[in-house]
Design a protein around this ligand. Structure first.
Ligand code: NAD
Ligand code: UDP
Ligand code: UDP
Length: 333
């Protein structure tokens, strides 16, 4: 493709878990990619394979400050996503969602770029409607410890819709449900990475509450494909759920991780965090219809790939899971 035919795509939060996979996909698709990140939870390691690529650029920048660049499309992923990290500096989390959205929408308006917001199933809060469809307005505690994230993302959606209606900005809103896979940080704090690193280290798996709460886990590659399809679609100004509708309890996830790693770790009960949603499962009818998208990686396969990633990253030797009597211990080489 000639230089002036290529799309210039900005990915904020591009050095994070999802962002780095998205940058890789866009570069592979032939786009020019500008990755913007302040490395709050992301790292250069995540984008190490792209750093020398001629169609990839990296800019250290905090999206709460204005950004003047010339691009054709913007994916706004900048925001910590793990409860541990977004609650450790809640004011900065809200600023990132709100000031970040305003700055990037201002940029999109000036350069007439299409812009996609990485929103979240957390806009539904602790849902009293199940599964969650896009027309459900949610059940969010506005003053609880999760509010910096939930309300920040809700208000960002409001800003996206108002820039669309008031300034005719071409917006897309993806409501992303729990996603997992390679490049989650070992200290990310979310359940899949916690359980896998604990199982591989032979440490107890920390199960919060009685483990009956549910989530629906989507493999990263499937999710990225959904984001790219949504950006390319004509779904302007319509929030779209992206996730895997296969729902599991957290106790089931712990049991699956133990079986898949061959670990003999115990499962240890810990207190349930405040406002932890009881159940979550996406209704993806809209994504199926509008984007012809649905996830294709099942949980067993996705967990195997994620476990293989952590084994390599932590410098461990793989264990034969048929040898159920051998306890799994971390052996850092
Ligand atoms: P992540 O924490 O790995 O990535 C977030 C990235 O944003 C990091 O690289 C971080 O350094 C960067 N960042 C944070 N604040 C910033 C700021 N002020 N300026 C510039 N960069 C900043 O999380 P993730 O799982 O990759 O999530 C990416 C996006 O997707 C987030 O917006 C998150 O809310 C959304 N999302 C993710 C999930 C999921 O399950 N992974 C679910 C729903 C929504
Ligand atoms: N902005 C930016 N890059 C641009 C254009 C705007 O970061 O290329 C920021 C700028 O800080 C501005 C915000 O986006 O305050 C909102 O822009 P908008 O044009 O909507 O409003 P205004 O400039 O009137 O505040
Ligand atoms: N969870 C758990 N043990 C952990 C981490 C999380 O049991 O070590 C639970 C948590 O209470 C929640 C679910 O797993 O019910 C998903 O948590 P995560 O932080 O991954 O995502 P979110 O709550 O944002 O959906």
């Amino acid at each position: 493709m000639r230089k002036y035919d290529r799309k210039r795509v900005l990915v904020t939060g591009g050095a994070g878990f999802l962002g780095s996979h998205l940058c890789e996909r866009l570069v592979a698709d032939g786009d020019d990619v500008l990755c913007v990140d302040n490395f709050y939870t992301g790292s250069k390691e995540n984008i190490a394979a792209l750093i020398c690529h001629p169609r990839f650029e990296l800019l250290r920048h905090d999206v709460t400050f204005p950004l003047y660049v010339e691009v054709d499309e913007i994916y706004n992923l900048a925001c910590p996503a793990s409860p541990v990290h977004y609650q450790s500096d809640p004011v900065q989390t809200t600023k990132t969602s709100l000031h970040g959205a305003i700055n990037l929408l201002g940029l999109a308006k000036r350069v007439r770029a299409r812009i996609l917001q990485a929103s979240t199933s957390e806009v539904y809060g602790d849902p009293d409607s199940h599964p969650q469809g896009e027309s459900y307005w949610g059940h969010v505690n506005p003053v609880g410890p999760r509010a910096c994230y939930d309300e920040g993302k809700r208000c960002a959606e409001t800003l996206f819709m108002d820039y669309h209606r008031q300034h005719d900005v071409d917006v897309r809103i993806a409501r992303i449900f729990n996603t997992y896979g390679p490049r989650m940080h070992p200290a990310d704090g979310r359940v899949v990475s916690n359980f896998i690193t604990q199982a591989l280290a032979g440490e107890p798996l920390t199960l919060y509450g009685d483990g009956s709460q549910t989530r629906s886990f989507c493999y990263v590659e499937d999710l990225i494909d959904g984001l790219v399809r949504l950006m390319a679609s004509d779904a302007a100004g319509t929030p779209v759920n992206l996730g895997n509708p296969c729902e599991s309890t957290m106790r089931e996830i712990a049991t699956r991780v133990l079986a898949a790693t061959g670990s003999l770790s115990a499962i240890e009960a810990r207190p349930l965090p405040e406002d932890d949603p009881r159940q979550r499962c996406p209704d993806i009818t809209l994504a199926r219809t509008l984007l012809h998208w649905s996830p294709s990686t099942d949980l067993a396969e996705g967990l195997q790939r994620t476990i293989a990633y952590f084994i390599a990253r932590l410098g461990l030797a793989a264990v034969d899971t048929s040898d159920a009597h051998r306890p799994r211990r971390a052996v850092v080489s």
